[in-house]
Design a protein. Structure first.
Length: 426
């Protein structure tokens, strides 16, 4: 039996609020719902199910929030990972609208949870999308017009090159748009806050408990090294870390690694970088994203790898991306560097399914899981209670397999991703 791993050596782990150990599962228990994975998906499902009166057990192999939920960029985006013109081209206006509205509800769900449970996670309004290619300017202008005219979405301001440079302290971008109702937060503290709320509602959370096998039957059973959970419903919420439990999920979601650094507190320099304190993400396929924390550290994410290992020098790996945007930070000390594993789907829309009666899976939020994973937990709870309407909007989406199947998907992914990453530079 492998030992549970500690949190990644991140700024977030160093500033976690309410991070205390939970006992591993010992013995055989019966529950209404067993959830595998203690990130946003699993913890939010646990909270919403427990609030609905269900007996819930969460099994987390390591620490709660140990996965992507405790390591990410902390950016809460609007809508879906695909823009509405793409959604309309794929699915038509009505379905695009339904997906966009659910994305908006995801954003509201996170804000509601923070407010309702007084989660101390440094919420800050505002997100700026920076445009790295001149030819994208028209595309973005049309997208913003569509959002305002057809989707009733207010709160977007277009920034020309000069205004963008003033807003984000760099002139490397051709323009930007500011989204007032998106924003950013301390991701691990969001996860820990949802966990605490779930416990208060009656959910039982176990750390250091890896689910090693699922036993199908009229009532499914989840097997762990030191006990079992028999439950009417099982939720697979392991996302990029779910390995070996379910072939269908793994064939549809691809784990990829992404990296972040945090600088020392930048003092007065911080206000010159992002005077409005918004989060920023850019239009690259391999997105650069950054934000300032309350104490003025720059948290900067950039660079992905598709092999199984993290680079040896994560700080150096991310720093060169940061310096391409902020050369003036060459003398800033880098206090933390860490990596995490997220999961993408081929469409960049979540993969949610009821795989068989009593077995649910959700993942593949493709870099937009702060909102969508948290919301998926709510939809899973609704679906398990028999109200499948909104879950089915996602569950009914066509999902394409990654070529190469479970074992050969990595080489295919490396080829495809490398091509898109190259296009960022053309
Ligand atoms: C570096 C990075 C930056 C990101 N930036 C952003 C961002 O700015 N905005 C955004 O919206 N999204 C971002 N994301 C994506 C976002 O973090 C994820 O989509 C989201 O956290 C997924 O939550 P989850 O609960 O589904 O999975 P996770 O948080 O990964 O949780 C899965 C958990 O399941 C556990 N587990 C797996 N298998 C088992 C098993 N067999 N038994 C027990 N436990 C198991 C793992 O230990 C893990 O803790 C980023 C991700 C990364 C890695």
């Amino acid at each position: 039996m492998g030992l549970p791993l500690p949190h990644a050596p991140s700024l977030y782990a160093a500033t976690a609020v309410g991070d205390h150990p939970r006992a591993p599962l010992a013995g055989d228990v019966r529950a209404d719902v067993c959830i595998v994975g203690g990130g946003y998906t699993g913890l939010s499902a646990a909270l919403h199910l427990a609030e609905a009166g269900r007996k819930v057990v969460v099994l987390e192999a390591n620490r709660l929030g140990w996965g992507a939920s405790g390591r990410n960029g902390g950016q809460l985006h609007s809508g879906q990972r695909q823009d509405v013109s793409t959604l309309e081209a794929w699915f038509g206006r009505a379905r695009a609208r339904a997906l966009f509205d659910l994305g908006e509800e995801a954003k509201r769900t996170v804000k509601d949870l923070i407010a309702r449970h007084a989660i101390d996670c440094e919420w800050q309004d505002g997100l700026i999308h920076a445009i790295h290619k001149r030819r994208y300017l028209d595309v973005v202008r049309r997208e913003v017009e569509t959002l305002e005219r057809d989707y009733g979405y207010a709160g977007i301001t277009l920034l020309d090159r000069t205004a963008a440079a003033a807003a984000i302290g760099t002139d490397v971008y051709h323009g930007a748009w500011r989204d007032a109702s998106a924003g950013h937060l301390h991701p691990l503290n969001l996860a820990l806050g949802i966990a605490a709320a779930a416990e208060r509602a009656g959910a039982v959370l176990h750390e250091g408990t890896r689910a090693t096998r699922l036993v199908d039957g009229p009532v499914p059973k989840v097997v762990t090294p030191q006990g079992t959970v028999t439950a009417d419903a099982v939720v697979l919420a392991g996302n990029g870390y779910l390995e070996g439990l379910d072939r269908e999920t793994e064939a549809h979601v691809m784990p990829i690694h992404n990296y972040i650094l945090a600088t020392e507190p930048l003092g007065a320099r911080a206000d010159r970088l992002i005077p409005g304190r918004e989060a920023v993400s850019d239009s690259r396929f391999v997105v650069h994203y950054w934000r300032l924390t309350r104490v003025g550290r720059l948290v900067f994410g950039g660079g992905e790898t598709y092999s199984r290992q993290f680079p040896a020098d994560i700080k150096g790996f991310v720093r060169r991306h940061m310096l391409a945007i902020y050369p003036g930070l060459a003398d800033a000390r880098i206090d933390y560097g860490w990596g995490g594993t997220l999961a993408v789907t081929r469409s960049r829309l979540p993969f949610m399914r009821r795989l068989r009666p009593g077995l649910y899976t959700s993942g593949g939020y493709s870099g937009q899981g702060v909102g969508l994973a948290t919301f998926a937990g709510k939809l899973l709870a609704e679906a398990i209670a028999g109200d499948t309407g909104r879950f089915d909007v996602f569950a009914g989406l066509p999902a394409r397999l990654f070529p190469g199947g479970r074992h050969l998907r990595y080489p295919s992914l490396v080829l495809a991703m490398s091509w898109y990453a190259l296009r960022d530079r053309l």
